[in-house]
Design a protein around this ligand. Structure first.
Ligand code: G6P
Length: 610
């Protein structure tokens, strides 16, 4: 979703801002803009709809220079995709503002400000921030105080950066609901919505807390909490690789990230899974004291992360002897749900900033859960900071909007959670050692599965002219079918639905014909024979199937069925392994269709608004 970069320096900051915006492109956006204070302290702005490169080209043709600047990638919420709606927004050529989030009461503020003589030139909620800050500056000469006073009038979510041409060597930033991170340089400081944007210029970061307002100059950073008290926030040294934003020779980030999975799953297991299993403390210093009393797990997540939670439910109930519910965060947060005794709330999130998941965590804090845990990929993110326990997936930066390596590392973490909880709940010893052995074999099995890439690339040709598809799985492969369907629709725009195959005869069978490919995930597990019966139901109605099957499952290719054999794996890790061919299939179908694989239309990587 929207991205923010800002800088106060002694050098021209335009290239830093543009590089930052490029590094935030992965979040999804539809327009981009930059504003700087030039040598005469005049506000200069350049905005374009479309890609950051178009903005960069426009600036190259008509160079802009300044030492203090802000920049933004916009993902439209209020008002269409137009240059006038792109950020930065101005108030009277004095104040410039960029903003992530939504100011919910912007209409009433707008009316009041109009009444006070402010002229609105966009349809956005953000422009209200610019005018409100200027309005506040009528009663104070401090930009900091003006921003503090303005934000006290806002309802909704914001991460915002404000520049004032009458106070040119600083920016004032405010965070409530949308993340902001301050990057500390030497005689220069920066601000961004995501540390990735600033990696070329610094590795030292301060994560702002909810309600913080900060004044940033070249040499100083002053942070004030929601009550206006000056506070010190810890400085974190980032170990994210500087080249995390490079494609590493692959055509797309998504393909690179698919191929990174054996390595990142290995990293996620390393030093955490031993031959004896796992130590509860891998979930945090206080984990042992908490996990030993857990009898129920409530998982809350969105999108791909929700699918990893769905998979974990099968594992937690089957092996760890704890009950488990899984719910989409946007539903969970708006209904009254029953809190089981000794219940642990587990959020799952790649970004750690998904608005609905974060809201669910905050809501759960006062609802009687014994503790909260997050399975998350971004250190220092809101979910990590606000949860009692955190397990970091070590997937590295995930840039492709369609999540791949985050998913398989989440599953890896969730399997380790199953082991940890199982140890306190009479887990069957044979299951325990089977899981430990299977998990140790996982990186190698993922590598073997990736070798199917060429075969799947050819197979993809058969999908390119299709408009609909059906994904089938059973048991812990049902969520994998859901994830496969999500990947296909996200990046190839082919309508894809997933069903637990036992449910076929209750409706979806009516859809079967030779125009709708049916994709089946068929590892050799205890449900294989049931699945084979479902496959026959499809065959009898003239359906065309693509079956990803264990070598030992004895499926034969024929006129109505194409079988792609996967390496034999223990059924425990099969959900993680069978994810790979479905990711590859979506990728190669999208390539044939010529879609924007890494930034599919209308989607955002990190959904920081409701
Ligand atoms: C967006 C992304 C998905 C992701 C979902 C949840 O929709 O496009 O790939 O699964 O958000 O994000 P999270 O960061 O919480 O895992």
């Amino acid at each position: 979703m929207c991205g923010i970069v800002g800088a106060v320096a002694e050098r021209n900051v335009v290239s830093i801002l543009l590089e930052g915006l490029k590094r935030l492109e992965y979040r999804g956006y539809d327009s981009a803009g930059v504003a700087v204070l030039d040598a005469e302290n005049q506000l200069i702005r350049m905005r374009r709809t479309g890609k950051v490169q178009e903005l960069a080209d426009a600036i190259a043709a008509d160079p802009v220079k300044g030492f203090t600047g802000i920049a933004h990638t916009r993902w439209a919420t209020h008002g269409g995709v137009t240059e006038a709606n792109a950020h930065p927004h101005f108030s009277n050529e004095r104040i410039a503002v960029v903003h992530n989030g939504i100011i919910e009461n912007y209409q009433s503020l707008r009316e009041t400000l109009r009444g006070a003589g402010y002229l609105f030139t966009s349809d956005t909620d953000t422009e209200t921030i610019a005018h409100q800050v200027e309005h506040e500056l009528q009663s104070t000469d401090s930009l900091l105080k003006a921003v503090q006073s303005a934000v006290s009038k806002f309802h909704g979510a914001y991460g915002t950066v404000v520049m004032d041409k009458q106070d040119p060597e600083k920016v004032v930033v405010a965070r409530s609901g949308s993340p902001l991170v301050i990057g500390l340089g030497i005689d220069e400081n920066f601000i961004a919505s995501d540390q990735l944007a600033l990696l070329p210029v610094t590795r030292r970061f301060i994560f702002l807390e909810e309600g913080d307002v900060a004044e940033i100059t070249r040499t100083q950073v002053h942070i004030f909490d929601k009550d206006g008290n000056e506070v010190l926030r810890p400085v974190h040294d980032s170990d994210i690789e500087h080249d995390a934003g490079d494609k590493g020779g692959y055509r797309h980030y998504m393909l690179k990230e698919i191929h990174e999975q054996p390595t990142v799953v290995r990293n996620t297991l390393q030093d955490r899974l031993t031959q004896q299993g796992v130590d509860a403390r891998i979930f945090g210093a206080r984990a042992e004291g908490i996990l030993k009393d857990v009898k129920h797990v409530q998982i809350v997540a969105c999108g791909t992360s929700y699918h990893s939670g769905m998979t974990a439910r099968y594992w937690l109930e089957q092996y760890a002897n704890v009950s488990c519910n899984v719910e989409i965060a946007s539903e969970f947060r708006y209904r009254k749900s029953f809190v089981h005794p000794n219940s642990l709330l587990v959020t799952i999130s790649q970004s750690g900033e998904t608005a609905d998941t974060l809201a669910a965590l905050r809501l759960a804090k006062d609802s009687g859960y014994m503790a909260s845990m997050t399975i998350c990929n971004v250190p220092g993110s809101s979910l990590v900071r606000e949860s009692d326990l955190a397990f970091m997936t070590l997937a590295g930066a995930e840039i492709g909007v369609a999540s791949t390596k985050a998913f398989t590392t989440q599953l890896t973490g969730l399997m380790m959670l199953t082991l940890a909880l199982g140890q306190f709940n009479q887990m069957n010893e044979a299951d325990h050692s089977k899981i430990v052995q299977a998990m140790h074999s996982l990186p190698a099995k993922l590598e073997e599965t990736l070798a199917l890439s060429d075969e799947i690339e050819k197979l993809a040709e058969e999908f390119a002219d299709k408009n609909h598809s059906l994904f089938l799985g059973r048991g812990d492969q049902y969520p994998i079918a859901m994830e496969g369907a999500l990947k296909l629709k996200e990046i190839s725009y082919i309508h894809a639905e997933a069903y637990a195959s036992g449910e076929l005869k209750h409706g979806p069978l009516a859809l079967i014909d030779d125009e709708m490919p049916v994709i089946v995930v068929a590892p050799n597990n205890e449900l294989l024979e049931k699945l084979k019966s479902n496959v026959e139901e499809v065959r009898a109605r003239g359906g065309i199937m693509y079956v990803f099957a264990d070598k030992d499952a004895r499926f034969e290719s024929d006129d109505s069925m194409r079988v792609i054999n996967l390496p034999h794996v223990d059924s425990i890790i099969a959900p993680i392994v069978y994810t790979i061919p479905l990711q590859l299939l979506s990728y190669y179908v999208a390539i044939i269709k010529g879609t924007d694989v890494d930034q599919p239309r209308n989607l955002a990587k990190s959904v920081t608004v409701e």
